[in-house]
Each structure stands twice: as structure tokens, then as C-alpha cells.
Design a protein around this ligand. Sequence first.
Ligand code: ATP
Ligand code: MG
Length: 227
Amino acid sequence: MSGKLIVFEGVEGSGKSTQLLRLQQWLAVHPIVQKLQACRVVPSVITTREPGGTELGKALRSLLLDNQSAALGAQAELLLYAADRAQHIEEVIVPAIEAGSWVLCDRFIDSTVAYQGYGRGLSLSLIEQLNAIATQGTSGHLTLWLQLDAEQGLARSHRRGQLDRLEQSGLTFHQQVQQGFETLAEQHPERIVPINATQSEERVAQQIQTVLEQRIKTWYGRYSQIY
Ligand SMILES: Nc1ncnc2c1ncn2[C@@H]1O[C@H](COP(=O)(O)OP(=O)(O)OP(=O)(O)O)[C@@H](O)[C@H]1O
Ligand SMILES: [Mg+2]
């Protein structure tokens, strides 16, 4: 059975990295997941991110997020994200899914639509084509969209410390990005699950766990020896 790609999306500071780590820790001690792993149905649960999930991607990530790259143009930015994704898909995501593993990924195709499409105003159909080339048709099985106002997210990022190149873009840009995520969630209700990210870390984690409990039953319910 093929594995699963579980993606975390949302504006800056919405809690993606925090919740990805929490989900990884929760899955590691979940009895059903432990049984699926013991039977080698799900060999492993790995975590990764975009940009930066490969060696090439790490170099691209610093070009994309480093404040020194202020002169990076919108088209070049789009193509660097596409290059990062193409390498990530080929080297990390597809091999893991083919092995039956689960991949928890911090950002994926929706971020490009939201940031470069809605934020920068680049062609949505061009972005769709680039995403199709980079992913070779692999799409997320579940996307957890941490829904939080751009303003609240940026306030959290400010509290966290120094801001990267994208975080330094103005509030209007981030509001357009948020609008992008909202539109995507309306267009893909079967894949994108909105999570109320205004709540405490613990409450947000509980919402995500409830979604995962349901999905695990849907995905692996046929393994009756486990259930
Ligand atoms: N539910 C929450 N309530 C309040 N603060 C939170 C919550 N979740 C995370 N934080 C804090 O907000 C900051 C941003 O969280 P985190 O780094 O997980 O967000 P992110 O979505 O990964 O951000 P980025 O887009 O910059 O990668 C961190 O300092 C984190 O501790
Ligand atoms: Mg993060």
C-alpha cells in the first residue's frame, strides 16, 4: 500500500512547524500507528519541509529566505521554489511514499499558489503547470491548513525573533497570501482541512489529532487484524 503525504500550510507564524513536531510525537506513541509500523505496513514516519528538504534545497532555502537576497525577482523566486520542489519530490517524497511511509511536510504546492500567485500576482495557471512538473503528479493526501489572520501570524513571528526575507514583506502581501489559502480551501474541500489556529498550541494539536484519527481509520481500516 502506498504511503501518505500530510502537509501543513498557512501564513507566517500560524504554527506549522510547532504542530508538525507535535503530530510527529503523537504519532510515535499512537497504538494503531505502532502496530502499522510493527507490521511494516507503514515503515516509517518522516518529517521534511519546503523549501529545504534536500541538500540542494538547503542551498535554495537560504537564497530564498536570506535577507541578503532582497533583490531576488518574483519570477526567479518562483523558479527557485519549483527547483526545490522538483528535487524534493524525486529524492525524498516519492521514494518514501512508494515504500509505504508517511511524510509530514512543512509547506507544499499551496504555499506557491498563495505566495507567488496571490501574494506576488504571478499567473495562477503558470504556477499550476510548474507545480505539475515539479510534483510529477504527486499530491498531498491531507493538507492541514492552520487558519490564522496574517496580522496575528506576523505578531507571533515577531515575538519569535529575527524576521526572514518573506516575513519582512508588508501586511498587505501577507493578507493576499491568506486570501490565497482561503480560496484554495474552498476549491479543494476534500484535501484541505481548515484548523482553527487561534487557539492554544494544545487545542490546535487536539483538532489535528481528531482529523488524523478519522483519516487513519479511512486509510487503514481494512487491516482488520490491527483494529
Ligand atoms: N497556538 C499557538 N498560540 C500561540 N503561539 C503559538 C501557537 N503555536 C505556535 N506559537 C508560537 O508562534 C511562533 C510561530 O510558530 P511556528 O514557528 O510553529 O509557526 P510557522 O507557521 O512554522 O511559522 P513560519 O511560517 O515562519 O515557518 C512560535 O514562537 C511558536 O512558539
Ligand atoms: Mg515554520
